[in-house]
Design a protein around this ligand. Structure first.
Ligand SMILES: Cc1ncc(COP(=O)(O)O)c(C=O)c1O
Length: 444
């Protein structure tokens, strides 16, 4: 197949420079294990688990078979006023995997929907308890919670926000960004330490400004993934938990990237030993094969919502999606979670993380324009000095070059991210890291 065989007149690509893509398209036609096949028959190693989704690697027979079988058994069933057997089982497995009493699962179809679901649930929960005035949300600078109006408002990536100003939710504030490049430019498999207390301003400025009694929820990614794998300082999430508890504020972890194994544990909540009140998930829950997302919340939130004087035929939470708990997606989730467990893939991610981190640090420290390297869990990032007047261009050019050389890496600003499937072997890490290092030198 040649590029001219594709009619590229109709698909508008998401989060992609479309004009440049038409000149230099990247088109996949097949995938298996760690590799893609491109339209022109080349092999490309998937160094980013296809946007953090494909933990178990591509084209897993067990997941594909579960989907096929589900299609032949129950293709779809309405999600309102009824449900399906696979949705109950998937929810049970997720609740079992999630820490603490995170036991009640609301399904949706994506990480963006999970963000908005969690924010809406926070408002509804407080109102159900007679605290409807709690309507302030706090996100964090450079956080990413998808592209819905709620998720975008609590998100903090400037490029995602600047065009949509007046449509933002009104009562939102943001915590400071968690990274200090002057101290923690290089993070090698450990939690960074910071002398400065990044959360002091939450207690001394942000909460007093809004009054803590008005704050509904704080939402953070445990590790800031989309912005470029920025790691929280030691103790940060525990302290955030304490502050939320002190003021009756709900803590939401957006684990769309970190959930289902990226840290070598089921969730980042396990890795950091902090149980949030809601945990958002998507991506790896189905190995990326089919859309599914959700929010798993603690029992007390569900109980408060059920503790209503409304008649029993009354709906307790006016929220949901036509495809909430879609049987085919849930069949894929069940098969994925079974596979992750049977093949001990969380443990494998924990084992391969340091291999990736060691390779990145030893190959890239000291290369031209490298100003930071961060690795923890099965993900590692090299940060480059931006080209003067053209932020993001250097990383974008390197990404294109790596692709031509058979390695898919991810540019995020001037970061280049590697987050391979958990099945990654040393040889793939060698290829990904050496290709990236060579390209960084070439683009000096
Ligand atoms: C932390 C986080 N939340 C939400 C989302 C949005 O997910 P989706 O693209 O499935 O809507 C993402 C996507 O990368 C994410 O990383």
């Amino acid at each position: 197949m040649a590029y001219q065989d594709f009619n590229m007149d109709n698909q508008w690509l998401p989060f992609t420079p479309n004009r440049h893509f038409r000149k230099e398209p990247r088109v996949f036609v097949a995938a298996s294990g760690m590799n893609f096949t491109t339209h022109d028959g080349r092999q490309v190693v998937d160094g980013i688990s296809s946007l953090w989704c494909v933990g178990a690697g591509h084209n897993r027979r067990e997941i594909n078979e579960a989907i096929k079988q589900q299609l032949d058994t129950l293709d779809y069933a309405t999600a309102f006023q009824a449900s399906n057997d696979k949705a109950f089982l998937a929810a049970e497995m997720i609740a079992e995997l999630a820490p603490g009493d995170l036991n009640k699962v609301l399904f949706c179809n994506s990480g963006s929907e999970a963000a908005d679901t969690s924010l809406k649930l926070a408002l509804a929960y407080h109102r159900a308890r007679g605290e409807g005035h709690r309507n302030v949300f706090i996100g964090r600078e450079r956080g990413y919670h998808g592209v819905g109006f709620g998720g975008m408002s609590v998100g903090g990536i400037p490029g995602n926000r600047k065009v949509f100003g007046t449509a933002m939710l009104p009562r939102v504030d943001h915590l400071r960004f968690i990274h200090d490049p002057s101290r923690n430019a290089y993070i090698h498999g450990v939690e960074p330490e910071l002398e400065e207390d990044l959360l002091a301003e939450l207690e001394t400025r942000i909460l007093p400004l809004h009054d803590p009694s008005n704050v509904a929820a704080i939402i953070v990614e445990p590790v800031a993934g989309s912005a470029g794998w920025y790691l929280p300082p030691k103790g940060y999430l525990k302290r955030l938990r304490e502050i939320c508890d002190k003021h009756g504020i709900l803590l939401i972890f957006d684990e769309v990237i970190t959930g289902f194994g990226r840290m070598g544990t089921p969730f980042a909540a396990d890795f950091y030993g902090v149980v949030p009140d809601m945990l958002n998930f998507a991506k790896c829950v189905t190995n990326g094969v089919i859309p599914l997302g959700g929010v798993v919340c603690r029992d007390f939130i569900y109980d408060a919502m059920m503790n209503t004087n409304a008649p029993e035929h009354g709906i307790e939470f006016f929220h949901g999606y036509t495809y909430s708990g879609h049987p085919v997606s849930c069949a894929a989730a069940i098969a994925t979670m079974t596979l992750l467990k049977e093949e001990k893939l969380f443990e494998r991610a924990a084992k391969m993380g340091p291999v990736l981190g060691d390779a990145m640090h030893s190959a890239m420290k000291g290369l031209p324009n490298v100003i930071g390297i961060r690795s923890l869990g099965l993900a590692a990032v090299v940060e480059l000095a931006p080209l003067a007047g053209s932020p993001g261009k250097r990383a974008y050019d390197i990404f294109l070059d790596c692709y031509q050389k058979g390695s898919l890496v991810r540019p995020a600003g001037d970061n280049l991210v590697l987050a391979p499937p958990y099945i990654v072997e040393n040889s793939h890490i060698d290829q990904l890291v050496s290709t990236l290092a060579a390209s960084i030198k070439q683009h000096a």
